[in-house]
Design a protein around this ligand. Structure first.
Ligand SMILES: [Zn+2]
Length: 337
Protein backbone atom coordinates (compact mmCIF):
# COMPACT_ATOMS: atom_id res chain seq x y z
CA UNK A 1 0.00 0.00 0.00
CA UNK A 2 1.39 3.37 -0.98
CA UNK A 3 0.98 6.30 1.42
CA UNK A 4 -0.30 8.73 -1.21
CA UNK A 5 -0.75 11.56 1.18
CA UNK A 6 2.84 12.33 2.03
CA UNK A 7 5.04 12.17 -0.98
CA UNK A 8 8.06 13.73 0.74
CA UNK A 9 7.94 11.04 3.41
CA UNK A 10 7.60 8.44 0.68
CA UNK A 11 10.57 9.38 -1.45
CA UNK A 12 12.64 12.43 -0.59
CA UNK A 13 13.19 11.29 2.98
CA UNK A 14 14.45 7.94 1.70
CA UNK A 15 17.15 8.98 -0.56
CA UNK A 16 17.13 6.19 -3.10
CA UNK A 17 14.22 4.02 -4.12
CA UNK A 18 15.04 0.39 -4.65
CA UNK A 19 12.87 -0.09 -7.71
CA UNK A 20 10.75 2.20 -9.87
CA UNK A 21 7.05 1.39 -9.62
CA UNK A 22 3.73 2.17 -11.30
CA UNK A 23 0.17 2.28 -10.05
CA UNK A 24 -3.20 3.68 -11.10
CA UNK A 25 -5.27 6.18 -9.15
CA UNK A 26 -9.03 5.63 -8.75
CA UNK A 27 -9.59 8.43 -11.34
CA UNK A 28 -7.60 6.46 -13.92
CA UNK A 29 -4.40 8.54 -13.79
CA UNK A 30 -1.31 6.37 -14.15
CA UNK A 31 1.42 7.26 -11.64
CA UNK A 32 4.96 6.18 -12.48
CA UNK A 33 7.66 6.70 -9.85
CA UNK A 34 10.86 6.61 -11.91
CA UNK A 35 13.29 7.48 -9.14
CA UNK A 36 13.48 9.32 -5.85
CA UNK A 37 11.63 12.59 -6.35
CA UNK A 38 10.69 11.74 -9.96
CA UNK A 39 6.97 11.12 -10.62
CA UNK A 40 5.19 11.02 -13.96
CA UNK A 41 1.38 11.40 -13.96
CA UNK A 42 -0.54 10.44 -17.09
CA UNK A 43 -4.30 10.86 -17.40
CA UNK A 44 -6.12 8.16 -19.41
CA UNK A 45 -6.27 8.96 -23.17
CA UNK A 46 -9.91 10.09 -23.13
CA UNK A 47 -9.09 12.80 -20.57
CA UNK A 48 -5.54 13.68 -21.60
CA UNK A 49 -4.97 17.22 -22.89
CA UNK A 50 -2.26 18.19 -25.38
CA UNK A 51 0.35 19.55 -22.99
CA UNK A 52 3.47 17.90 -21.56
CA UNK A 53 4.43 19.76 -18.38
CA UNK A 54 7.57 19.42 -16.27
CA UNK A 55 7.50 21.03 -12.82
CA UNK A 56 10.80 21.01 -10.97
CA UNK A 57 11.76 22.27 -7.52
CA UNK A 58 14.50 21.69 -4.97
CA UNK A 59 17.31 21.85 -7.54
CA UNK A 60 18.81 23.85 -4.68
CA UNK A 61 17.96 21.78 -1.60
CA UNK A 62 17.25 24.62 0.83
CA UNK A 63 14.78 26.41 -1.45
CA UNK A 64 11.81 25.14 0.46
CA UNK A 65 8.80 27.14 -0.77
CA UNK A 66 8.83 25.59 -4.27
CA UNK A 67 9.16 22.13 -2.71
CA UNK A 68 6.13 22.84 -0.55
CA UNK A 69 4.16 24.20 -3.53
CA UNK A 70 4.91 21.12 -5.66
CA UNK A 71 4.41 18.70 -2.79
CA UNK A 72 1.01 20.22 -2.00
CA UNK A 73 -0.11 20.04 -5.63
CA UNK A 74 1.17 16.49 -6.03
CA UNK A 75 -0.38 15.32 -2.78
CA UNK A 76 -3.79 16.62 -3.88
CA UNK A 77 -3.44 14.92 -7.27
CA UNK A 78 -2.43 11.61 -5.67
CA UNK A 79 -5.22 11.76 -3.11
CA UNK A 80 -7.88 12.29 -5.80
CA UNK A 81 -8.78 15.77 -4.56
CA UNK A 82 -7.56 17.10 -7.93
CA UNK A 83 -7.74 15.31 -11.28
CA UNK A 84 -4.94 15.71 -13.82
CA UNK A 85 -5.91 16.57 -17.39
CA UNK A 86 -2.40 16.96 -18.76
CA UNK A 87 0.71 14.78 -18.62
CA UNK A 88 2.97 16.11 -15.89
CA UNK A 89 6.40 15.18 -14.59
CA UNK A 90 7.24 16.28 -11.05
CA UNK A 91 10.95 16.55 -10.32
CA UNK A 92 12.26 17.12 -6.80
CA UNK A 93 15.69 18.12 -8.01
CA UNK A 94 18.22 17.35 -5.31
CA UNK A 95 16.87 14.98 -2.62
CA UNK A 96 20.28 14.55 -0.95
CA UNK A 97 20.55 18.32 -0.41
CA UNK A 98 16.84 18.61 0.53
CA UNK A 99 17.35 16.04 3.31
CA UNK A 100 20.42 17.88 4.59
CA UNK A 101 18.67 21.27 4.34
CA UNK A 102 21.51 22.67 2.23
CA UNK A 103 21.68 24.39 -1.15
CA UNK A 104 24.04 21.75 -2.54
CA UNK A 105 26.05 18.76 -1.34
CA UNK A 106 29.14 19.10 -3.55
CA UNK A 107 28.39 21.70 -6.24
CA UNK A 108 25.67 23.85 -7.76
CA UNK A 109 23.28 21.47 -9.55
CA UNK A 110 21.88 24.30 -11.68
CA UNK A 111 25.27 24.68 -13.45
CA UNK A 112 25.56 21.04 -14.49
CA UNK A 113 23.04 20.62 -17.31
CA UNK A 114 23.50 20.35 -21.08
CA UNK A 115 26.30 17.88 -20.48
CA UNK A 116 28.29 20.03 -17.99
CA UNK A 117 27.92 17.14 -15.51
CA UNK A 118 30.50 15.20 -17.54
CA UNK A 119 32.95 18.03 -18.19
CA UNK A 120 35.77 19.71 -16.27
CA UNK A 121 37.14 17.96 -13.21
CA UNK A 122 35.08 14.93 -14.17
CA UNK A 123 34.64 13.95 -10.55
CA UNK A 124 31.57 11.92 -9.75
CA UNK A 125 29.40 13.50 -7.06
CA UNK A 126 25.73 13.67 -6.05
CA UNK A 127 24.92 16.67 -8.19
CA UNK A 128 26.69 15.41 -11.32
CA UNK A 129 25.00 12.02 -11.10
CA UNK A 130 21.64 13.69 -10.49
CA UNK A 131 21.99 16.21 -13.34
CA UNK A 132 22.68 13.39 -15.78
CA UNK A 133 19.70 11.41 -14.46
CA UNK A 134 17.37 14.45 -14.57
CA UNK A 135 18.31 15.07 -18.21
CA UNK A 136 17.44 11.47 -19.00
CA UNK A 137 14.07 11.71 -17.21
CA UNK A 138 13.15 14.89 -19.10
CA UNK A 139 14.12 13.18 -22.39
CA UNK A 140 12.03 10.15 -21.44
CA UNK A 141 9.04 12.42 -20.68
CA UNK A 142 9.21 14.65 -23.78
CA UNK A 143 8.74 11.95 -26.40
CA UNK A 144 6.03 13.29 -28.72
CA UNK A 145 7.21 16.33 -30.71
CA UNK A 146 3.59 17.12 -31.68
CA UNK A 147 2.69 17.95 -28.07
CA UNK A 148 3.62 21.41 -26.75
CA UNK A 149 6.25 21.22 -24.00
CA UNK A 150 6.59 23.27 -20.84
CA UNK A 151 9.13 23.28 -18.03
CA UNK A 152 8.88 25.55 -15.00
CA UNK A 153 11.88 25.24 -12.69
CA UNK A 154 10.93 26.81 -9.36
CA UNK A 155 13.50 28.47 -7.08
CA UNK A 156 13.80 31.01 -4.30
CA UNK A 157 16.64 33.54 -4.26
CA UNK A 158 19.39 33.80 -1.63
CA UNK A 159 18.75 37.53 -1.14
CA UNK A 160 15.90 40.00 -1.19
CA UNK A 161 14.79 41.55 -4.45
CA UNK A 162 13.36 44.88 -5.55
CA UNK A 163 10.94 42.73 -7.55
CA UNK A 164 10.13 39.81 -5.29
CA UNK A 165 9.25 37.32 -8.00
CA UNK A 166 11.01 37.10 -11.34
CA UNK A 167 11.74 34.61 -14.10
CA UNK A 168 14.78 33.96 -16.23
CA UNK A 169 13.90 33.33 -19.88
CA UNK A 170 16.66 31.13 -21.32
CA UNK A 171 18.50 32.15 -24.51
CA UNK A 172 16.33 31.01 -27.42
CA UNK A 173 18.85 31.07 -30.31
CA UNK A 174 16.63 31.51 -33.42
CA UNK A 175 13.27 31.14 -31.63
CA UNK A 176 11.15 34.14 -30.66
CA UNK A 177 9.97 35.03 -27.18
CA UNK A 178 6.43 33.82 -26.49
CA UNK A 179 3.97 36.46 -25.37
CA UNK A 180 1.42 33.93 -24.07
CA UNK A 181 4.12 32.45 -21.82
CA UNK A 182 4.85 35.89 -20.41
CA UNK A 183 1.11 36.29 -19.77
CA UNK A 184 1.15 32.89 -18.07
CA UNK A 185 4.01 34.05 -15.82
CA UNK A 186 1.95 37.14 -15.03
CA UNK A 187 -0.91 34.87 -13.89
CA UNK A 188 1.67 33.19 -11.60
CA UNK A 189 2.40 36.60 -10.04
CA UNK A 190 5.72 36.86 -11.89
CA UNK A 191 5.90 40.18 -13.75
CA UNK A 192 9.65 40.72 -13.95
CA UNK A 193 11.48 38.74 -16.61
CA UNK A 194 15.17 38.53 -17.42
CA UNK A 195 15.98 37.65 -21.01
CA UNK A 196 19.20 35.63 -21.30
CA UNK A 197 21.59 36.50 -24.09
CA UNK A 198 23.70 33.33 -24.20
CA UNK A 199 23.60 29.56 -23.62
CA UNK A 200 23.99 28.45 -19.99
CA UNK A 201 24.17 25.19 -18.09
CA UNK A 202 20.91 25.69 -16.19
CA UNK A 203 18.07 23.19 -16.13
CA UNK A 204 15.61 25.51 -17.89
CA UNK A 205 18.05 26.24 -20.73
CA UNK A 206 18.53 22.49 -21.16
CA UNK A 207 14.79 21.86 -21.63
CA UNK A 208 14.41 24.93 -23.82
CA UNK A 209 17.34 24.21 -26.10
CA UNK A 210 17.42 20.42 -26.12
CA UNK A 211 13.67 19.78 -26.20
CA UNK A 212 12.18 23.00 -27.60
CA UNK A 213 10.16 23.46 -24.40
CA UNK A 214 8.77 26.75 -23.15
CA UNK A 215 11.07 26.75 -20.13
CA UNK A 216 11.80 29.21 -17.34
CA UNK A 217 13.75 29.48 -14.11
CA UNK A 218 11.25 31.09 -11.73
CA UNK A 219 12.43 32.86 -8.58
CA UNK A 220 9.67 33.18 -6.00
CA UNK A 221 11.23 35.22 -3.21
CA UNK A 222 13.76 34.74 -0.46
CA UNK A 223 14.88 31.39 1.00
CA UNK A 224 13.24 30.35 4.30
CA UNK A 225 13.43 27.07 6.27
CA UNK A 226 10.68 24.42 5.86
CA UNK A 227 7.46 25.45 7.58
CA UNK A 228 8.49 29.12 7.80
CA UNK A 229 7.30 30.12 4.35
CA UNK A 230 4.31 32.43 4.23
CA UNK A 231 2.36 30.36 1.70
CA UNK A 232 -0.11 33.21 1.09
CA UNK A 233 2.69 34.81 -0.98
CA UNK A 234 2.49 31.87 -3.39
CA UNK A 235 -1.27 31.71 -3.95
CA UNK A 236 -1.10 32.96 -7.56
CA UNK A 237 1.51 30.48 -8.69
CA UNK A 238 -0.13 27.58 -6.81
CA UNK A 239 -3.53 28.30 -8.40
CA UNK A 240 -2.12 28.85 -11.87
CA UNK A 241 -0.05 25.66 -11.84
CA UNK A 242 -3.06 23.77 -10.54
CA UNK A 243 -5.18 25.19 -13.39
CA UNK A 244 -2.47 24.33 -15.94
CA UNK A 245 -2.50 20.68 -14.91
CA UNK A 246 -6.20 20.16 -14.17
CA UNK A 247 -7.81 22.15 -17.01
CA UNK A 248 -7.81 21.74 -20.79
CA UNK A 249 -6.85 25.38 -21.15
CA UNK A 250 -6.33 28.34 -18.89
CA UNK A 251 -7.79 31.78 -19.34
CA UNK A 252 -5.13 34.51 -19.32
CA UNK A 253 -5.62 38.22 -18.71
CA UNK A 254 -5.39 40.35 -21.91
CA UNK A 255 -1.89 41.49 -22.87
CA UNK A 256 -0.69 44.79 -21.47
CA UNK A 257 3.01 45.43 -22.01
CA UNK A 258 3.02 47.79 -19.04
CA UNK A 259 2.16 44.92 -16.69
CA UNK A 260 5.69 43.55 -17.12
CA UNK A 261 9.22 44.66 -16.46
CA UNK A 262 11.61 43.06 -18.92
CA UNK A 263 15.37 43.14 -18.47
CA UNK A 264 18.11 42.06 -20.83
CA UNK A 265 21.15 40.36 -19.34
CA UNK A 266 23.87 42.70 -20.38
CA UNK A 267 27.02 41.35 -18.76
CA UNK A 268 27.97 38.27 -16.80
CA UNK A 269 30.91 38.52 -14.38
CA UNK A 270 32.90 35.40 -13.58
CA UNK A 271 35.23 34.97 -10.62
CA UNK A 272 38.85 34.92 -11.80
CA UNK A 273 40.81 34.92 -8.51
CA UNK A 274 40.27 34.08 -4.85
CA UNK A 275 40.57 37.83 -4.09
CA UNK A 276 37.24 38.58 -5.76
CA UNK A 277 35.07 40.93 -3.68
CA UNK A 278 32.02 43.14 -4.13
CA UNK A 279 32.16 46.79 -3.13
CA UNK A 280 28.46 47.17 -2.40
CA UNK A 281 26.55 46.07 0.71
CA UNK A 282 26.44 42.32 1.23
CA UNK A 283 22.67 42.34 1.60
CA UNK A 284 21.96 44.50 -1.48
CA UNK A 285 18.70 43.42 -3.10
CA UNK A 286 18.51 41.90 -6.55
CA UNK A 287 17.77 44.62 -9.16
CA UNK A 288 19.49 47.34 -7.14
CA UNK A 289 20.85 50.08 -9.43
CA UNK A 290 24.05 52.03 -8.85
CA UNK A 291 25.21 55.21 -10.60
CA UNK A 292 27.22 54.98 -13.79
CA UNK A 293 30.92 54.56 -12.97
CA UNK A 294 30.23 53.04 -9.54
CA UNK A 295 32.90 50.44 -8.68
CA UNK A 296 31.00 47.16 -8.24
CA UNK A 297 33.74 44.61 -7.70
CA UNK A 298 37.47 43.95 -7.60
CA UNK A 299 39.05 40.71 -8.73
CA UNK A 300 42.84 40.80 -8.33
CA UNK A 301 43.93 43.46 -10.82
CA UNK A 302 40.51 43.68 -12.46
CA UNK A 303 37.92 46.36 -11.65
CA UNK A 304 34.25 46.22 -12.64
CA UNK A 305 32.21 49.43 -12.82
CA UNK A 306 28.63 50.24 -13.75
CA UNK A 307 28.82 51.00 -17.49
CA UNK A 308 25.27 52.07 -18.36
CA UNK A 309 22.37 54.03 -16.98
CA UNK A 310 19.93 51.78 -15.09
CA UNK A 311 22.32 48.82 -15.05
CA UNK A 312 21.17 46.69 -12.10
CA UNK A 313 22.70 43.78 -10.20
CA UNK A 314 21.15 40.31 -10.03
CA UNK A 315 22.38 37.17 -8.23
CA UNK A 316 25.58 38.59 -6.72
CA UNK A 317 27.46 35.72 -5.07
CA UNK A 318 31.18 36.08 -4.31
CA UNK A 319 31.17 32.69 -2.61
CA UNK A 320 31.47 30.59 -5.79
CA UNK A 321 34.28 28.52 -7.25
CA UNK A 322 36.83 30.28 -9.48
CA UNK A 323 35.51 30.31 -13.04
CA UNK A 324 31.87 30.43 -11.90
CA UNK A 325 29.44 33.31 -12.33
CA UNK A 326 29.46 35.91 -9.56
CA UNK A 327 27.06 38.52 -10.92
CA UNK A 328 24.61 39.38 -13.67
CA UNK A 329 24.22 42.96 -14.84
CA UNK A 330 20.87 43.72 -16.42
CA UNK A 331 19.27 46.67 -18.20
CA UNK A 332 15.58 47.40 -18.92
CA UNK A 333 14.32 46.32 -22.34
CA UNK A 334 11.07 45.90 -24.28
CA UNK A 335 9.95 43.25 -26.71
CA UNK A 336 6.38 43.90 -27.78
CA UNK A 337 4.39 47.11 -27.77
ZN1 LIG B 1 17.82 28.13 -6.73
Amino acid sequence: MIPHYDFLALTCRHEWLLEPFTYDLADGTRVQVWDTGVLCLEPPPERCGKKDIVLSCGVHGNETAPIEICNHLLTRLLSGELVARQRVLFLFGNPAAINLGVREVAENLNRLFSGAHSKGEGQCNRERTRAMALEQYVSRFFTDPARPRYHYDLHTAIRGSRYEKFAVYPFLHQRGHDQAQVQFLGACGVRTILLSNAPTTTFSYYSSHQHGAHAFTIELGQVRPFGENDMTRFVDISHTLQALITQDDILLAPWHADDFKLFAIDRVLHKKTSDFRFLFAQDADNFTEFPQGFLLAEDGELRYCVEKNHEAIVFPNANVAIGQRTLLLVTPTQLWR
